[in-house]
Design a protein around this ligand. Structure first.
Ligand code: NAD
Length: 337
């Protein structure tokens, strides 16, 4: 069993912990937190060993009556791999801790690309991370774009991707984020950082991205145009996308008109935290004009990177190849839409 430590138990960290625990070949050695909030209580409630991420703050846990197993360095020492899910920039600061204990580490998309030896997406470049010491699992938006682009490149070749990303202002629990009543070009200048980030996965890809932020918390929405090197019919492209395990092509009969109904569907199906691990591509939107593909896809920012982290753990430990890992992860989580 691979022993996995999770440093940073927030939106991403708590989901990764649960996903790791669901795997047949992994165990959660513990989770580390800076403060004794509701998520720290939740970690104990869920049966995880809790470690203090900052030694000087350990007594705050005692004061709150929350029992610690130890300090974060003990967790890192015991782990075969650490998943760092700290806020942007903190992961890079933690890198020396992982090196001191000779423990390979995964970082999240909020870190700059140079934190890792490689940026990772299971569908696109699993093999590049095999045996690596520091791997960055790319952001929610880059994950969503990479999963879509990989099969299109393999099947038809891609001349150019143009993507407009309508991004949620914040996650549901991020009470301080916005806008509350506005529509922001964000960033106003082109390109947004997402295109260059996708090129950390596909270095030779031609891609331009534009970003906006809107008063929503549920999901991101991508408006996509891909100029292909071939002219397949829309139905053929749809079949290709339907064959990808982490792309859910939303069927017309479901009458799902937006992110709200997608989340409702996830809740109805008993998905934990109403998570949608797959890209949600509207079947009706898949259109071809000559060699230009157009479609809309929704991305659940809080959860699409979760199965990718699980696969990255197997890549760095060389525990499985891409196909085997993705199948195992999908089966354990119930990725089957
Ligand atoms: P979060 O704020 O919800 O969780 C981060 C957790 O780390 C918090 O519990 C915080 O208390 C804790 N923490 C802070 N400093 C720490 C330290 N020094 N040691 C250990 N723990 C510490 O953040 P998040 O949304 O989970 O984001 C984590 C990373 O994942 C970021 O790089 C982010 O860009 C990336 N990411 C976030 C999303 C998203 O939509 N939320 C999507 C994809 C990737």
């Amino acid at each position: 069993m691979l022993q996995v430590g999770i440093n940073g138990y927030g939106t991403i960290g708590k989901r990764v912990a649960d996903a790791v625990r669901a795997q047949p070949d992994m165990e959660v050695v513990g989770v580390a937190k800076t403060r004794p909030n509701f998520e720290a209580e939740g970690a104990i409630e869920n049966g995880y060993s809790l470690y203090a991420a900052i030694e000087e703050r350990a007594e705050r846990f005692d004061d709150a009556g929350i029992e610690l197993t130890g300090m974060v360095d003990e967790m890192v020492e015991q782990a075969d791999v650490v998943v760092d899910a700290c806020p942007s920039g903190i992961g890079a600061e933690n890198k020396s801790l992982y090196d001191e204990h000779d423990t390979p580490a995964l970082y999240q998309g909020g870190e700059s690309a140079d934190v890792g030896d490689v940026s990772f997406n299971a569908r696109a470049n699993f093999e590049d991370a095999v045996g690596a010491r520091h791997v960055r699992v790319v952001s929610c938006n880059t994950t969503g774009l990479s999963r879509l682009i990989a099969p299109l490149r393999e099947e038809y070749g891609v001349e150019k991707v143009r993507a407009t990303l309508v991004r949620r202002g914040g996650d549901p629990a991020q009470s301080g984020r916005g806008p509350i009543n506005d529509i922001l070009p964000n960033p106003i200048s082109l390109p947004s950082h997402h295109g260059p980030d996708v090129k950390t996965i596909f270095p030779d890809l031609a891609i331009d991205t534009l970003g906006l932020k809107v008063p929503a918390t549920l999901m991101h929405m991508h408006s996509i145009n891909v100029s292909l090197e071939a002219e397949p019919g829309a139905e053929e492209v749809r079949e290709l996308l339907e064959s990808q395990s982490r792309l859910f092509v939303v069927p017309e009969h479901m009458d799902i008109d937006g992110a709200g109904k997608l989340k409702e569907f996830a809740m109805d199906r008993g998905r934990p935290r109403a998570d949608f691990w797959e890209n949600c591509v509207w079947g009706e939107s898949i259109s071809m004009e000559d060699n230009d593909l157009y479609l809309f896809q929704a991305i659940h920012q809080e959860s699409d990177v979760v199965p990718e982290n699980v696969d990255a753990i197997r890549a760095v430990t060389n525990a499985a190849d891409a196909r085997e890992s993705v199948e195992t992860t999908n089966d354990a989580l119930g990725i089957s839409f």
